[in-house]
Design a protein around this ligand. Structure first.
Ligand code: HEM
Ligand code: MTE
Length: 485
């Protein structure tokens, strides 16, 4: 369809294929770049931006910060961009509990729309050490609550051995920002269900079908949880009875049940634990999808305990009674099925095991024999502050291995310069390896596996770690690549 002089978000987002036309937005303009796609010097990556804004991609691919790029783009301008969306479904159904969910980037692959669960295309993950906010995976169990930062209050309660202690500390957002020192921690968050689709392929599981993108690396700033607990009156004597720190979210279902989780007290109170009550993500105000105005960051710990839209903290002798602490996010034997599963028998997942995955090339990618070599990329991370010390990569299905180069920033590194203190390696490493194309075959099976500082390694296959919920999916990651003559 021909664009009108003013074009809104929804109309742009309907132009995402060569067939429907490929539109992008840049600042105040809408551009029909359908004809440019085949001429793009960066290849079909350009299609990632189809139907949405190019800015987030150009922040990653800085080659575009040149006048001649803007000149090319200007030739394709078709309309003025009206940066708002008019969602018919929402306007027709104002009682939809998800009507206050925020806008999301169209490149995200949606696993579930309501509640919103989506992950970025894998290649974006390895494009920058810090995952930009718009591309960070979003995992919501409930509608996104809209919280007024002016009236926001965080309640902190220390329960006492018989849960008798009354009184609680109440903190405003200003209190959290101004009465406590600001700490910044770079930490990777991974969902327990990351790579569930690999497990599902091996044998059916129940859960959202995440690919390898339910993970991201962020720089989080906020007050230290430890400082806030001490301000609320926590004293070392409380360690005699206190075992857990519970968190309650302000997101709720129709019955008023809120999201909740807990972590071991030791992690919460430890100076080295680096738990934060974060109000910034990558230098920006915490986005709505990621827990505005406050979320807990529990470095090294499964995403589920990093409670967003935090309303309440409780120091207790018991774990959170929340469904997500008690009856979800637990691991089981491959022999456990839906008739025999007893959630009480398994501990809640806290620290996650060693993980790695190949982000580039994608499974099924085709490379040209004339390229002679191919660059393989991916990420590796381990829970509990254990540092990734090595990533082994194979291009023959795991028969022989090469050691990948590890990066813990986007800059070239001098050996050892950036190493975190032992036990506090909260952030992932990106890895890279360039290999010559093998002469004797038309198909490569690329495999990666990581090793952490405790010499934990990933299992080679999925079935022995299969579990009915499809969590903790961390077998060697494999992708097949065709070599075209
Ligand atoms: C390179 C234009 C979108 C990825 C380039 C170059 C131009 C260009 C002119 C060559 C720059 C130079 O070498 O001086 C455009 C235009 C776009 C667009 C007009 C409008 C939508 C994108 C997007 C991505 C992307 C969305 C990624 C998601 C790349 C890459 C290269 C490149 C990776 C470098 C290729 C190389 O290695 O030489 N683009 N681009 N481009 N572009 Fe884009
Ligand atoms: N906190 C609240 N309040 N509600 C939620 O649904 N999801 C949890 C956790 N914190 C959730 C939450 C899960 S399962 C994960 S994996 C992470 O948030 C995802 O964080 P992200 O959406 O910022 O990537």
């Amino acid at each position: 369809s021909a664009p009108s002089t003013l074009t809104g978000k929804d109309e742009v987002s309907r132009h995402r294929t060569l067939q429907d036309g490929v539109w992008v937005t840049f600042k105040g303009g809408v551009y029909d770049i359908t004809e440019f796609v085949a001429m793009h010097p960066g290849g079909d990556k350009i299609m990632l931006a189809a139907g949405g804004a190019v800015e987030p991609f150009w922040a990653l691919y800085a080659v575009h910060n040149q006048d001649h790029v803007l000149e090319i783009l200007s030739e394709y301008k078709v309309s003025v961009y009206l940066n708002i969306s008019f969602d018919y479904a929402r306007s027709l159904n104002p009682s939809d509990p998800f009507s206050s969910d925020p806008e999301r980037h169209p490149v995200l692959r949606i696993n579930n729309l309501k509640p919103f669960n989506a992950e970025p295309p894998p290649e974006i993950l390895s494009e920058s050490y810090i995952t930009p906010n718009v591309f960070f995976f979003k995992r919501n169990h409930l509608p996104v609550p809209r919280i007024d930062p002016e009236s926001y209050k965080l309640t902190v309660e220390i329960q006492g051995p018989n849960r008798e202690r009354g009184g609680a500390l109440s903190l405003s957002l200003d209190d959290l920002k101004n009465k406590f020192p600001k700490h910044t921690v770079t930490a990777t968050i991974q969902c327990a269900g990351n790579r569930r689709s690999d497990m599902h392929k091996a044998k059916q599981v129940k859960g959202l079908n995440w690919g390898i993108g339910a993970i991201g690396n962020g720089t989080w700033s906020g007050a230290k949880l430890r400082d806030v607990l001490l301000a609320a009156g926590y004293s070392p004597d409380d360690a005699n009875w206190a075992r857990h720190v519970q968190f309650e979210g302000l997101d709720q279902d129709v019955a008023g049940t809120t999201y909740g989780a807990s972590i071991p007290l030791r992690k919460a109170i430890s100076e080295d634990g680096d738990c934060l009550l974060a109000y910034e993500m990558n230098g920006e105000e915490l986005p709505l999808d990621h827990g505005f105005p406050i979320r807990v960051i529990v470095p090294g710990t499964v995403g589920a305990r990093n409670v967003k839209w935090l309303g309440k903290i409780i120091v207790s002798d018991v774990e959170s009674s929340s469904h997500w602490q008690q009856n979800d996010y637990k691991g089981f034997s491959p022999s456990t099925d839906w008739d025999t599963v007893d959630y009480k028998t398994a501990p809640a997942i806290q620290e996650l095991p060693i993980q790695s995955a190949i982000t580039v090339p994608a499974d099924g990618a085709i490379v040209d024999r004339s390229d002679e070599e191919v660059t393989l990329k991916g990420y590796a991370w381990s829970g509990g502050g254990r540092e990734v010390v090595r990533v082994d990569v194979s291009i023959d299905g795991g028969k022989t291995w090469k050691i990948a180069q590890l990066k813990s920033s986007d800059k070239e590194q001098t050996a050892g310069a950036m190493a975190p203190p032992p036990g506090q390696a909260w952030a992932w490493k990106l890895w890279e390896l360039t290999v010559p194309l093998p002469a004797d075959t038309e198909e490569m099976e690329v495999v990666c596996k990581a090793v952490d500082s405790s010499y934990n390694m990933q299992p080679d296959s999925i079935l022995p770690i299969w579990n009915l919920r499809g969590v903790l999916s961390n077998a060697w990651h494999r992708v097949k690549v065709k070599i075209q003559e």
